[in-house]
Design a protein around this ligand. Structure first.
Ligand SMILES: [Cu+2]
Length: 549
């Protein structure tokens, strides 16, 4: 085990933790490793069983030899009557979950993946506010899974089909029956039609698998895609568009020497689950080290962190600033200038980069210490009629007094007798226990997440958007021994790029993180969970129910 001091120097996240246990748990090591993997590789090996051959070292591959692929836009196959309005017809799509093989890099053989519609990331949905659509999701996957299922996890017990899929539109204000409840999975040969009303502001949403107990494996296999909602407010702004608007889906994977996906396993073959999975190979739109030719002008990048557990901290190799104009649920009131942008799993950033001062340059998009991709800026000056106005879209802060209720919810680590992580819990309550969070439709609530663990958890609520109120440090030891919430700092306001509408919030270790949530949309059964997929699959997910008004 590495000395504690070495760990603290690697990550601020580990600083407040040490009182609870003399030895840091595996998850704390992993939290530290998230940003700085190589130095802590040894610690990770204690959590994962070695493979017979070493993983492929992506650093030995030639960089920037593949052009950045762009997702293919989905095409409807017909129009059908809208479920909520018999007077109108809406587009109808049929999208298959299917096995594919794809080249992740020029010098690798094709990699076996699971996809929505033929590529990873899957087909891209282009939609407009208020214009609903129907999607028939079809499971055409093979009957056997190719990644290591842990049959001790809830929902993945022996006898339950290996190959199951259910699609959730992350960030969608979706009726409950179309939200992709984790137990509503489809086996191969089955399909289900979901309705997405799109009654929400312009934003970059994403769809991904949510099947109980194997979600982390299905997403790792590639079941991820983008879903853009547009509206008139955004259109009026003259932001870069068309070929100057580029989606970037980030994910990390481990590959074997044959270029095939490897998902880490624990040393116990009867319980292969690992607390977190990190890869050394970073894919951007499904390619390793891609490059993109860009003109010397402004581009808008719609960035998604689709990794299982990796936090990305994005920066440019020339040290230039980026202009973040929006986050999970759409545009900010005003752009925020940043030299680095942190994205937890599930979070999105809407970013404008101006390449006009860098004619002829090659600039890498990085997440220290990794290079993710390269921009090759054209040598000639070009016209640029796009704008980034000083005022984007007003985001009125919700006043705390409007909340009808405040819920205090703990994030807990489930330890065995020798202080090894057995998984995480929300409010010390397993998935299958009766529903405890039942907000009423059209009311506003404050949810206080009390993080008693040594890890940062990105907490995501389905169906709703929310605002972050503040974060405040507290004494975890006091809380766990005496149940007393004793704050050790004053409330810290959200970061400047956290002031927009969110659907996923980083709940830092040893903090109470408060969000304010208007429950507007639909009544019904939804879920809230940690977006570190290994946590989510092992009980860090709970149902919640929006009661009719
Ligand atoms: Cu978590």
């Amino acid at each position: 085990m590495l000395p504690v001091l070495a760990l603290v120097s690697w990550s601020h996240e580990t600083k407040p933790l040490i009182s609870r246990r003399f030895f840091l748990s595996g998850s704390a090591l992993l939290a530290a490793r998230r940003f700085a993997p190589s130095a802590l590789a040894l610690s990770l090996q204690q959590q994962t069983a070695p493979h017979a051959t070493p993983n492929l070292d992506p650093n030995r591959l030639a960089r920037f030899v593949d052009a950045l692929p762009l997702p293919v836009v989905a095409n409807p196959i017909e129009r059908r009557t809208a479920p909520d309005n018999p007077g109108i017809q809406v587009p109808y799509y049929r999208i298959a979950m299917q096995e594919i093989s794809a080249k992740l890099h020029r010098d690798l053989p094709p990699t076996h993946l699971w996809s929505y519609g033929g590529a990873v990331p899957g087909v891209l949905f282009e939609t407009r506010r208020g214009e609903g659509q129907l999607v028939e999701w079809v499971n055409r996957l093979p009957a056997k899974h190719f990644l290591p299922i842990d049959h001790t996890l809830h929902g993945a017990e022996p006898g339950i089909p290996e190959s199951r899929g259910v699609v959730h539109l992350h960030g969608g204000r979706t009726p409950a029956e179309s939200d992709g409840y984790p137990e509503d999975w489809l086996v191969p040969g089955r399909s289900k039609v979901y309705f997405y009303p799109n009654r929400q502001d312009a934003a970059l949403l994403w769809y991904h698998d949510h099947a109980m107990g194997i979600n982390r494996l299905n997403i790792y296999a590639g079941l991820v895609g983008l879903y853009i909602v547009r509206d008139d407010v955004e259109d009026a702004l003259q932001l870069p568009k068309g070929k100057y608007e580029v989606p970037l889906v980030l994910m990390d994977r481990d590959l074997g020497p044959d270029g095939q996906l490897r998902y880490p396993v624990s040393p116990d073959p009867s319980r292969p689950w690992v607390p977190e999975a990190f890869g050394e190979a970073h894919l951007v739109n499904g390619k390793l080290f891609p490059y993109q030719d860009v003109e010397a002008r402004r581009y808008r990048f719609r960035i998604l962190n689709a990794a299982n557990g990796r936090f990305y901290n994005l920066s440019l190799s020339n040290g230039a600033a980026m202009l973040q104009i929006g986050s999970d649920q759409g545009l900010f009131s005003a752009p925020v200038t940043l030299k680095s942008i942190q994205l937890a799993p599930g979070e999105r950033a809407d970013v404008v980069i101006d390449f006009s001062p860098d004619r002829g340059a090659r600039i890498q998009l990085k997440s220290e210490p990794f290079e993710l991709m390269q921009f090759r800026v054209g040598a000639t000056a070009v016209e640029d009629s796009s704008l980034v106005p000083a005022t984007l879209r007003p985001v009125a802060r919700i006043v705390e007094s409007s909340a009808a209720k405040t819920r205090r919810l703990t994030l807990d680590e489930n330890l065995n007798g020798v202080a090894e992580s057995m998984g995480m819990l929300l409010n010390k309550t397993p998935w299958h226990a009766p529903v405890t969070e039942k907000p009423m439709l059209n009311t506003t609530e404050i949810w206080e997440f009390v993080n008693l663990t040594e890890d940062v958890h990105p907490i995501h609520l389905h169906m709703v958007r929310f605002q972050i109120l503040d974060r405040r440090r507290f004494d975890t030891f006091d809380y766990m021994t005496a149940g007393k919430l004793r704050y050790t700092s004053s409330p810290m306001p959200p970061d400047p790029n956290e002031l927009g509408w969110k659907d996923t919030v980083r709940v830092n270790s040893g903090t109470v993180t408060r969000i304010i949530v208007p429950f507007s949309g639909y009544a019904g059964r939804y879920v809230w969970h940690c977006h570190i997929l290994e946590h989510e699959d092992n009980e860090m997910m709970r149902p919640y129910e929006v009661l009719p008004a």
